[in-house]
Design a protein around this ligand. Structure first.
Ligand code: TEU
Length: 642
């Protein structure tokens, strides 16, 4: 339901609830294991709902927990209406819905309907014969033959996880299309019966049970170029070629999404956030999220989170260093593209498909720098306009896996695909650079078990039977042995004794404490931080990230010698480990002018409170390593900032 926002300082506006909500993504396998089988589960998540509530989370986004052979960690669904047994049961989901709703929180699920698992009954039927009524629910094509008569796929398109987008089916002598793994055949959205079933079977089923919406996987890939032409050759000597223009943002995509909206999202008042990869132009993104186009509430646009990543369809894991100015320019583009439109956007810097933010954008070289940079990343995220999404563990500053860990610790189908491809090339350098890139960018990093505490071997993610008092039993029946040997499905990070939720929980000055405080502040100054306009300052400065947020509403600042003016906040952050001058005039940036410097107020910083006080008294102090600060052009009560 839409709510009326009443800001304590007078700002009022009617906006949908989800714009100011804090979303939090839970990756079920890695969040909390309640039954000690090594896999996180829904009862585990339920046991931590209070933790999320206290953090300031409004909406839980639960990544796929449906029945699945887990080739792609649940993004390959074999039954949309059943829960993967390791994660729990349908009734656990009902309990989770209740646990969220009873605390005033909401729950959204992942909607994965570009493809199903190859074990889904729809696909089993489809592949059973060319005349099966569901044959046309997937995309089947006859083979081609090259000049020497060799059978080749219908197009030269390369898939996401390395290799072609087509797999040969010997039984019916045709190829089927899969943009991802061979076990993830693409549904044929051109078929109206298939679309109808998607709406009722995968969406309405869950909305009727009480969920509040969906994060929609691969939302821009349902409409393909149905002429199925070859992609231009951009990687000579490769049998497959990057071809996103053949299946991304295709000719009918907006028709499909409007239909989904009219049939399901609007009638059920469901919030939607679509995953929009390969769409780097604001003009391409706007139609998806403009309110009047009736498609999606918001999308994840990927320019920022992909920084450092190589070409997705060739060298994704060849890492490219990028300067701070590039990061700033992406943020500026995506912070401003909705200004003056009826569209809305998201803010996020982590998810289950990327390395940890503090390892990629911060500094983990010492515990001190880790903490400082994790807080600056928090400050950066909470002061940006759009709906904020956090990923599990971001709030405690979880880091990438240690670079001493070998390829065996990487479990992801994509990581393995790229690594195997590098090995198969026989090129040592390629193997080395792929391993280096994986060490920074791999999807595996964010999938390590959540670090709840520093106890036992498993960081409180699951019980550690070896560390319990009762190690004396001599019963070695199979089950007990298995239970005693159970361990998390992915290795626990070596740093869990120092980085964990328990040690940070009661410490206001910890990364977690900082997130809690800043999430409150974000809402308290919603007109600036959630809804404000954005203006990048000193774009070319490679050390300092600075921008002004300006309230969307005219508000009297209480300054008597000036006319009513807009509230402004200046965010300045040092993105390096050395001290740097701020590099601009704070008063001027806030529109206070040189004569009126007294109007500048310090609102909040990333250093400890005592240190912040020093800043408040000496406004212009240079920024210390990884220090971030916010100044405003209006009077603030001290308790407002805490
Ligand atoms: O990801 C879709 C996707 O194409 C990418 O953005 C993803 O990051 C990929 O690694 C790019 O190389 C979604 C899910 O988020 C992802 O976990 C799934 O593997 C994928 O869909 C297939 O369902």
């Amino acid at each position: 339901m839409d709510t009326l926002h009443r800001h304590p300082n007078g700002w009022i506006g009617k906006e949908p609830w989800w714009k100011s909500a804090v979303f939090y993504q839970v990756y079920p396998a890695s969040f909390k294991d309640s039954n000690n089988d090594g896999w996180g589960d829904i009862p585990g998540l339920i046991s931590k709902i209070d933790y999320l509530h206290q953090l300031g989370v409004d909406v839980v986004w639960l990544s796929p927990m449906f029945e699945s052979p887990q080739k792609d960690m649940g993004y390959d669904i074999s039954n949309y209406q059943a829960v993967y047994p390791r994660y729990g049961t349908l009734s656990d989901v009902d309990t989770l819905i209740h646990a969220c709703h009873s605390r005033g929180m909401k729950l959204i699920l992942d909607l994965v309907v570009n493809h199903t698992s190859s074990l889904h009954p729809w696909f089993l039927e489809s592949r059973s014969s060319k005349t099966n009524p569901k044959r046309n629910w997937y995309i089947w094509k006859p083979p081609r033959f090259d000049s020497s008569g060799l059978r080749i796929p219908p197009t030269n398109w390369r898939s996401y996880f390395a290799g072609p987008t087509w797999t040969w089916d010997p039984h019916t002598q045709e190829y089927y299309l899969h943009l991802y793994d061979t076990s993830q055949p693409d549904l044929n959205w051109e078929n109206p019966a298939c679309r109808e079933e998607i709406y009722s079977h995968t969406m309405i089923f869950w909305l009727s049970r009480g969920i509040d919406g969906f994060r929609i996987d691969t939302v821009n890939k349902y409409s393909k170029n149905t002429a199925f032409p070859d992609a231009p050759i951009t990687i000579p000597d490769s049998p497959t070629q990057p071809a996103p223009e053949m299946w991304c943002n295709g000719p009918r995509i907006h028709d499909f999404l409007r239909e989904m909206n009219t049939r399901v999202l609007t009638p059920y008042r469901a919030v939607s956030v679509g995953e929009l990869s390969n769409t780097p132009l604001p003009s391409q993104v706007l139609p998806y999220v403009s309110a009047s186009s009736n498609q999606l509430s918001m999308v994840f646009e990927f320019s920022t989170i992909r920084l450092g990543t190589g070409n997705l369809f060739s060298g994704k894991y060849t890492y490219h260093h990028f300067p701070l100015s590039t990061l700033k320019s992406h943020i500026s583009t995506w912070q401003t593209f909705i200004e003056g439109t009826d569209a809305w956007h998201t803010v996020f810097i982590e998810n289950h498909d990327n390395g940890r933010a503090v390892s990629r954008f911060g500094d983990t070289s010492t515990p001190h720098l880790w903490e400082l940079s994790a807080k600056t990343i928090a400050l950066w995220q909470v002061t940006l306009t759009g709906t904020l999404f956090l990923y599990q563990g971001q709030e405690i500053g979880m880091t990438n896996m240690p670079n001493t860990w070998g390829i065996d610790e990487y479990k992801d189908v994509e990581s393995k695909g790229f690594y195997d491809e590098a090995v198969a090339s026989g090129d040592e350098e390629k193997v080395k650079s792929t391993m280096h890139g994986l060490g920074i960018l791999a999807r595996d990093h964010s999938r390590l078990p959540f670090q709840w505490d520093g106890e036992g071997r498993f960081a409180g993610f699951m019980e550690d039977s070896l560390s319990s008092d009762d190690n004396s039993t001599s019963i070695e029946d199979g089950n007990l042995k298995e239970e005693r040997e159970a361990k998390p499905w992915m290795r626990v990070h070596d740093d869990y004794k120092t980085i964990n939720a328990k040690t940070q929980m009661d410490d206001d000055e910890s990364v977690l404490g900082y997130y809690k405080k800043m999430l409150k502040l974000r809402k308290e100054f919603a007109d600036l931080f959630i809804f404000g306009s954005f203006r990048l300052l000193i774009p070319g400065d490679e050390n300092i990230f600075a921008y002004v947020k300006e309230s969307v509403e005219d508000t009297n600042t209480g300054v008597t010698n000036r006319q009513a003016e807009k509230r402004r906040a200046l965010v300045v952050m040092n993105f390096t480990r050395e001290e740097h001058g701020i590099g601009l005039d704070i008063g001027e940036a806030l529109g206070c002018g040189h004569d009126n410097r007294s109007e500048v107020r310090f609102l909040v910083g990333t250093y400890g409170d005592a240190e912040n006080l020093k800043v408040a008294n000496g406004l212009m102090m240079p920024l210390r390593p990884w220090e971030g600060r916010v100044y405003v052009n209006f009077g603030v009560q001290l308790d407002q900032a805490n």
